[in-house]
Design a protein around this ligand. Sequence first.
Ligand SMILES: [Ca+2]
Length: 216
Amino acid sequence: MRALSATLVVLSLTACGKGSKSGPPAAPPAAAHPTPAAPAEYTVIIKSTWTKTTHPFEYPSGAHFSGMIGASHNAKYSIFAVGRRPTPGLERLSEEGKHSPLDTEIRTAIDQGNALMLFESGGLKNWKDSMVATVRVDPAHSLVDVVNMVAPSPDWFTGATNVNLDENGAWVARKTLTLPAYDSGGDNGKTYKAPDRDTNPKKPTTRAAAARDHPL
Ligand SMILES: [Ca+2]
């Protein structure tokens, strides 16, 4: 078994205070937990670190990533969590790289007030390129999730969940994270090129590890 870490995400603050012109800023709460007073905008950049040199174990031909899809949100919503069964949207993203129906799930969370914004990009095949998107956060939605499919793979994805851009009451200027690969729990395969074998009920999401292909 080999653990995978496949991508790097960089979140950089690009603008602060957008949308705050509609009225005077609210007085800061006297609560013990301060939050940034105004919305902010970040650039999300995902770069691949998944190469034959860094991850030689059964490195597959045709390695690529689906486009990223993510959301800014509050504590009542997240795209994924280790130990939780995947939603249909996460399962489809992890198996086929499709942003639907995960985009519908995020839009439902937006309608319910638990997510602020959906962001997405096209896929990545050339590791010299990056995937880039823009996300807005506000005081009530300071958490960011992002996911993208690892391909080829049965149901693996990389991503980050509950990345809090509010650090000690201020928007952090920049955050860089190395993203591990996860097994969404929607399929049974254990190798990059394992055939699709749907699993029901779905298994909880875990960290992914490539295993040697055992002949039947
Ligand atoms: Ca499946």
